[in-house]
Write a protein that binds this ligand. Structure first.
Ligand code: URA
Length: 271
């Protein structure tokens, strides 16, 4: 009969094995039922293996400290902003949304008068007006978006972060800053055990995601509207960044952005 579980009385009850935790990372073995990952042969005098791209895992932190000085130029800019705007957040901007979400949206870096002022990604600037409106329209956010961190807006099954956590001068992080901050994105992704989809807002975010997952860029070049399976059940969606510059110049229209968010929503709801 449907829905009835029958256990043969002559066999002891066997509990269903727990699914192993799946790693998102390309360079980590994923255990599977009955198949143990191969045991590497010890190499004499081998130095402990380091993660080439994101530093030694054992020393990485879950989120940057408020006074993170990993990027001296960004720390100096923060100190200047603390002097000029003492009431602003002026620190690394933490991710917004629940860690149990299945979608992670990755932007570039906090805007000076947006996230750097309010302390929440994409909050208080033009890019956020467009992003949060679309997230509300497609069920990824609920409540009132009031452009402040205390507006009560809630994200639904979605989390937002940036490739670089601190506001950069001229809105342009250097290559070194993007690399230095990548360990935090890597940790963010690792902590999201239900993650199924990532949305990259712009090429820098796209490349930061690939770096954080130890994936080559050549296999999945950034293209607006592109969608790439990254392995381990992850899908990457690409959009041009929803900045004022991109929308003013017509590089990204509202319709183009909406089409990506709609695609993402269809993917997440299994349509
Ligand atoms: N605000 C953010 O937090 N990130 C961006 O990429 C742009 C604005």
């Amino acid at each position: 009969m449907r829905g009835t579980l029958s256990v043969p009385s002559d066999r002891p009850f066997q509990p269903i094995p727990q699914a192993p935790r799946i790693s998102h990372f390309a360079n980590e073995p994923n255990p599977s039922y009955g198949l143990e990952p191969p045991i590497p042969k010890p190499r004499p005098n081998a130095a402990p293996k380091k993660d080439r791209r994101a530093g030694d895992r054992s020393t990485r932190k879950a989120a940057p400290a408020a006074d993170c000085a990993d990027c001296p130029r960004l720390a100096n800019f923060r100190h200047a902003n603390q002097q000029a705007y003492p009431d602003w957040h002026n620190g690394p901007v933490p991710a917004f949304g629940r860690i149990e979400a299945s979608v992670l949206i990755v932007g570039l870096a906090p805007g000076l008068k947006g996230a750097n002022q309010t302390g929440r990604p994409f909050t208080g600037d033009y890019a956020g007006d467009l992003l949060y409106r679309m997230l509300q329209k497609y069920g990824f956010a609920q409540g009132n978006y009031g452009a402040t961190a205390s507006d009560g807006l809630e994200l639904c099954n979605c989390r937002i972060t940036n490739a670089v956590r601190c506001v950069p001068p001229e809105n342009r992080p250097t290559t070194d800053e993007i690399k230095t901050c990548n360990g935090f994105l890597r940790d963010e992704i690792a902590a999201m055990v239900k993650l199924g989809a990532l949305l990259a807002l712009g090429q820098i975010a796209h490349n930061a995601i690939l770096r954080a997952l130890d994936l080559k860029r050549s296999a999945s070049p950034f293209r607006h509207g592109a969608r790439y399976p990254l392995g381990n059940g992850l899908q990457l969606f690409d959009s041009y960044h929803c900045s004022r510059y991109n929308t003013n110049t017509g590089r990204l229209t509202e319709e183009m952005f909406e089409a990506v968010i709609r695609d993402l929503q269809k993917h997440v709801s299994g349509v």
